[in-house]
Design a protein around this ligand. Sequence first.
Ligand SMILES: NC(=O)c1ccc[n+]([C@@H]2O[C@H](COP(=O)([O-])OP(=O)(O)OC[C@H]3O[C@@H](n4cnc5c(N)ncnc54)[C@H](OP(=O)(O)O)[C@@H]3O)[C@@H](O)[C@H]2O)c1
Length: 260
Amino acid sequence: MNNTKPLALVTGASSGIGETFARRLARDGYGLILVARRRDRLDALARELGGAESLAADLTSEADLKLVEERIATARNLELLVNNAGFGTKGRFFDIPVDSQDRMHRLHVMATLRLTHAALGGMVARGKGGVINVSSVAGFGQSPGNVSYCATKAWINSFTEGLHVELKRAGSPVKVQALCPGFTLSEFHDVVRMDRKSIPARLWMRAEDVVDASLDGLARGKLFVVPGPIYVLAVKLISCIPRWARIALAIRYSKEVKTD
Ligand SMILES: NC(=O)c1ccc[n+]([C@@H]2O[C@H](COP(=O)([O-])OP(=O)(O)OC[C@H]3O[C@@H](n4cnc5c(N)ncnc54)[C@H](OP(=O)(O)O)[C@@H]3O)[C@@H](O)[C@H]2O)c1
């Protein structure tokens, strides 16, 4: 790999938003390290992008997470880390096996924490770089059937905000961003077995537009990026409603949850 190029590491690069980040960053002149479990997908994308590095890893596994941390530690020209890998589940917390909820916390919380820590030391020392943590508009509230999803995305928002304050206070130019998309066309809804038709067409966004908004926001040093005017409005409204009223509205009006 060409060491003079700035390097970006993208987790969850085998599909959806992560794959779209990888394509856009390659066009922008970054060398790439692509991380996900499906090696065949990563290798095909790496070939297509002209020699990116694929690193097959299950980020919920301690051994694989260590491998990725070690790779980050040796990447002296790492300028961007995109913590994007994630998934949703179907069903009420008390109905479904705890295993999937445990894995979700490992992936959304622990992998984000560990990879960000592995990257930031070098970036701060070099006075250069950025971390994008892919959260969700779901991180601004709660809804039945999404308890761990909303909680882990709220953690990502809080974690990223804390890092932003620390970095600014330390006078570091390193940037962090919590990217909070709404419904985005990807494989996410196949994994969670959700019918896309149950969501109004105007609410769907293209991954390309989400990634453009994120990178545009990063260039401007924006901490929270919410792509799409509908979602900007939704987040503003949610933020104005007192917590007690948000809870009452969620109990009264949220969709009935089916657990299969
Ligand atoms: N699509 C939406 O509506 C939406 C909305 C808001 C936020 N988001 C967030 O956007 C991010 C990307 O999701 P997406 O919509 O692009 O869905 P996606 O197409 O299903 O992509 C998810 C990616 O995460 C990887 N991944 C899942 N489990 C992993 C694990 N244990 N270790 C390593 N990689 C893993 C998957 O690759 P492998 O299966 O090959 O491992 C895949 O590349 C997620 O954090 C999601 O929460 C999505």
